[in-house]
Design a protein around this ligand. Structure first.
Ligand code: PLP
Length: 386
């Protein structure tokens, strides 16, 4: 099997699995208990928290474990919105956010908040001038993702952070796709809240974290016991937390070397696809994009049919995002960068990891042109083209 869908999820690495294993077997203690079995779990959690903090260059006290990237996004946005309602009810986000952010904002609109959904440029990047123009007296939060999950575009997080700080507005960034791909140093960024998700960098599914800068006024999302200093109750997922700690440690070491390798795979794929397959559009910015992200649209055909053909040859890829596949609506991200519905339906996303090889890319480039040619032969749109 050839796996080109690492933006959807990743394989748990052997080192991560080995680190988790004892906490699934003999070290099952509840971290809130006082006997040694429980204390060992507590120590493991704190060690993982330190690893996450080290990877992001922040204080371990600013890291809170959650169950997912979705939960972190919900907590950051709802938590800040409700806690700061007295200061204002206006939120700024972008039109290409993950649904974990967009649908949370839609929910808040029903609760009386006002949300500005900023457009993006053709390359999928938010224009900083538009962010500036959108700020109002009553703006309490800006939530703009670090890097897009579909087209890989990297947002001007540093500039947005500076702007938000100057105007005393909280800034949240969904960094779910950025961790392990981009070197993030929170000591140099004016970010107040940052979401991450373990399964995007070789930890298990169902574990995430939220960075909350010390002093941030935020309500709880969940109410219950005293775990996570009372801010995120629920008995801790010790194996998940340990796995997340190990995974982020591995994902953030040698990041430059990994980046170069992924860019090599990405550029080889893009060059090969654009050269061999006519009527193809590259989505997203050619340079300011995640190192392992390729997103193209093949005109006149459906992305889903490409996926089925690739699957028959043992290859996993994606069309739109995994969360929207299964729906007939084309990706909101592709529409936001100005593609028409018909073109947006023909998208293919490849997302590489270090486990992928150049030989795998060669194989894809060998079979993909014929797949597209054959699908176009069957396409009424292709046969009717001008
Ligand atoms: N944000 C982004 C940018 C994502 O890509 C994803 C997952 O696809 C999420 C949030 C949601 O993360 P999780 O699957 O951990 O809920």
């Amino acid at each position: 099997m050839i796996y080109f869908d690492n933006a959807a999820t990743t394989k748990i690495s052997k080192d991560v699995l080995d680190s988790i294993s004892p906490y699934l077997k003999e070290q099952y203690g509840n971290a809130s208990t006082i006997y040694s079995l429980g204390r060992e779990s507590r120590e493991a959690i704190e060690e993982a928290r330190e690893k996450v903090a080290k990877a992001l260059n922040c204080n371990p006290k600013e890291i809170y474990f959650t169950n997912s990237g979705t939960e972190s996004d919900n907590w950051a946005i709802k938590g800040v919105a409700f806690a700061n309602k007295d200061k204002g009810e206006h939120i700024i986000t972008s039109s290409i956010e993950h649904h974990a952010v967009l649908h949370t904002c839609k929910y808040l609109e029903k609760q009386g908040f006002e949300v500005t959904y900023l457009p993006v440029e053709k390359n999928g990047i938010v224009n900083i001038k538009k962010v500036k123009e959108a700020i109002r007296e009553d703006t309490i939060l800006i939530s703009i993702m670090y890097a897009n999950n579909e087209i890989g575009s990297i947002q001007p997080v540093e500039e947005i952070g500076k702007l938000a700080k100057k105007r005393k507005i909280y800034f949240h960034t969904d960094a779910v796709q950025a961790i392990g791909n981009i070197d993030i140093d929170l000591s140099k960024l004016d970010v107040d809240l940052l979401s991450l998700s373990g399964h995007k960098f070789n930890a298990p599914k169902g574990i995430g974290a939220l960075y909350i800068k010390d002093g941030t006024k935020i309500d709880n999302l969940l109410h219950g016991g005293g775990q996570e200093r009372g801010k995120r109750p629920s008995t801790e997922n010790v194996p998940g937390i340990v796995g997340l700690g190990k995974a982020i440690e591995i994902a953030t070491e040698n990041i430059e070397e990994k980046r170069e390798y992924l860019i090599k795979l990405r550029e080889k794929s893009i060059k090969g696809i654009m050269e061999k397959i006519p009527d193809t559009i590259l989505n997203g910015d050619p340079n300011k994009r995640l190192p392992g992200n390729v997103n193209v649209c093949f005109k006149y055909i459906e992305g889903e049919s490409i996926l089925l053909m690739l699957d028959q040859l043992g290859m996993c890829a994606s069309s739109g995002s995994a969360c929207t596949s299964g729906s007939l609506e084309p990706s909101h991200v592709l529409l936001a960068i100005g593609l028409d519905h018909e073109t947006a339906h023909g998208s293919l996303r490849l997302s590489f990891s270090q486990d992928n090889t150049e030989e795998e890319v060669d194989y894809l480039l060998e079979v993909l042109p014929d797949i597209i040619k054959n699908l176009r032969k069957m396409s009424p749109l292709y046969n009717k083209r001008g």
